[in-house]
Design a protein around this ligand. Sequence first.
Ligand code: AMP
Ligand code: ZN
Length: 129
Amino acid sequence: MSTSTGSAAAAGQKADCLFCRIARGEIASRKIYEDDDIVAFHDINPAAPVHFLIVPRVHVENLYDADLKYQALLGRMLGVAGQLAREQGANDGFRLVINNGRVGRQEVYHLHAHVLGGPSPLGSGFNRL
Ligand code: AMP
Ligand code: ZN
């Protein structure tokens, strides 16, 4: 095991995970918020005028792995959503989506909450995010 793999693991992160790498600053992103526990950045392929992701720094695959031990972290992810949505211009409502696993069409297996909004109401369907 290399040193970087070891230190990533020690920090609860996975060396080769895309969102772990974004959280560590190894891959560029358009960050809008960060603290000791979470980061938020614009989705690279936005599905709405406002579309950003709220991501824990620790590597948790999805809500199947986020048991009650992660209660505070999950609360923190939701707790910043409203203020960040407002700051990004979604001040008249937004949608928060967490895709889990194959059936949930999760693409990146590091837990993240999508925040979607904009000036107009979003589509009513659940097919796209
Ligand atoms: P999900 O289906 O919930 O796993 O969605 C993963 C999301 O991550 C998609 O909306 C992608 O557009 C987004 N994404 C993938 N790579 C990046 C990246 N490098 N920076 C920002 N967003 C990304
Ligand atoms: Zn990760």
